[in-house]
Design a protein around this ligand. Structure first.
Ligand code: HEC
Ligand code: HEC
Length: 290
């Protein structure tokens, strides 16, 4: 090494004067701006070590002067969220169902809580969008078997339908074929009459005979003109909406064997605030009555 600078002929750059196998190393220093940023990050990391949690120790870590902890922050957020929820739950329990509907923030909370509870508990039968399936009513329309007011919906959810709960809704359509109440021919006739009630394509002669059987056997529950009766949860047979199905075969099967749709009671499985939230949620789906 000499003290004299050596300039590479080819590139015009100063060399380090190191030579390997006749190849000389050029001395290209790092740009200033890069160095300054590098020094700044070094200084920043030291400041960070001092103030924030940084170095792992055997069983813990250096906490830093600010005592920051993401875990503690999350825990704190959770505590606040539960406190807020609990406060809403108390208000939900204290307010009348009508008051919930007329208080926007309470209504919003009830719908959010109701939506979550519906997905967990009710969707397996009624569908995630409450659209229903054969035997499981659609809860979005304005057709109600047992009643569509807020209180009626709350009652249905609380006690259920045709279950062991003593307050459950209850009724039982006879199995006209299986129990030998009507003959095969009579069932065929009354089937045609049921089809004619909603303007379907029925055999007129059979339907005429079926009308007499209907008046005798069915009108008490389904109403004289097939309008249904909520006292028995008996569906309207004159609209074109069907709980089980409106084709000839399905109607005949319903009359011959009856159905007995069961919904469990929820009063012991869900807390009171959730029960109310669900009632509001169902009611707000669009078909709620006053
Ligand atoms: C095991 C299946 C099942 C589950 C779970 C279930 N339901 Fe039902 N639900 C039914 C059946 C079946 C009916 C109709 C019974 C009938 O024929 O009257 C019904 C009827 C209803 C009705 C009455 C609709 C009307 O027209 O009057 C409401 C409201 C209702 N369910 C809400 C709920 C809510 C809310 C939940 C969740 C907490 C739920 N259901 C969970 C089976 C279920
Ligand atoms: C004791 C009351 C009662 C009597 C009497 C009765 N039903 Fe029903 N019917 C019901 C109920 C309640 C349902 C709902 C089905 C269920 O889940 O049990 C129903 C359902 C039906 C359905 C299915 C409707 C749909 O939307 O899918 C038909 C069809 C029907 N009944 C026809 C008849 C006919 C025809 C007679 C007479 C021969 C009759 N019912 C007598 C109570 C009655």
């Amino acid at each position: 090494m000499t003290d004299q600078k050596e300039i590479d002929d080819h590139s015009g750059v100063e060399t380090t004067q190191h030579v390997w196998d006749g190849i000389k190393e050029l001395n290209n220093p790092l740009p200033r701006w890069w160095l300054w940023i590098f020094y700044a990050t070094v200084i920043w990391s030291v400041i960070y070590w001092i103030f924030m949690p940084a170095w792992p120790l055997v069983s813990s870590y250096t906490p830093g002067l600010r005592g920051h902890s993401d875990r503690a922050n999350v825990a704190q957020d959770l505590v606040e969220m539960y406190a807020e929820r609990a406060a809403y739950a108390v208000r939900l329990n204290e307010a009348s169902l009508e008051q919930i509907r007329s208080t926007p923030e309470l209504l919003e909370f009830a719908i959010a809580a109701g939506d979550a509870a519906f997905g967990e508990n009710c969707a397996p039968c009624h569908g995630r969008g409450a659209q229903g399936a054969p035997g499981y009513p659609n809860l979005n329309d304005d057709i109600w078997l047992w009643g569509g007011s807020l209180d009626e919906i709350a009652y249905t959810i609380r006690y259920g339908i045709r279950n062991e709960n003593t307050s459950s809704h209850f009724s039982q359509m006879p199995a006209y074929g299986a129990d030998g109440i009507l003959t095969q021919t009579e069932i065929d006739d009354v089937t045609e009459y049921v089809i004619s009630l909603s303007g379907g394509d029925a055999n007129a002669a059979m339907a005429r005979r079926g009308a007499g059987i209907y008046a005798e056997q069915c009108a008490a529950c389904h109403g004289p003109t097939g309008g249904g009766d909520r006292l028995f949860g008996a569906p309207n047979l004159a609209d074109r909406e069907w709980l089980y199905g409106g084709d000839r075969e399905t109607i005949r099967a319903t009359i011959a064997d009856s159905r007995f749709g069961v919904m469990p009671p929820w009063e012991d499985r869900l807390d009171p605030a959730t029960l109310r939230a669900l009632a509001v949620w169902v009611h707000e789906r669009g078909g709620g009555e006053d």
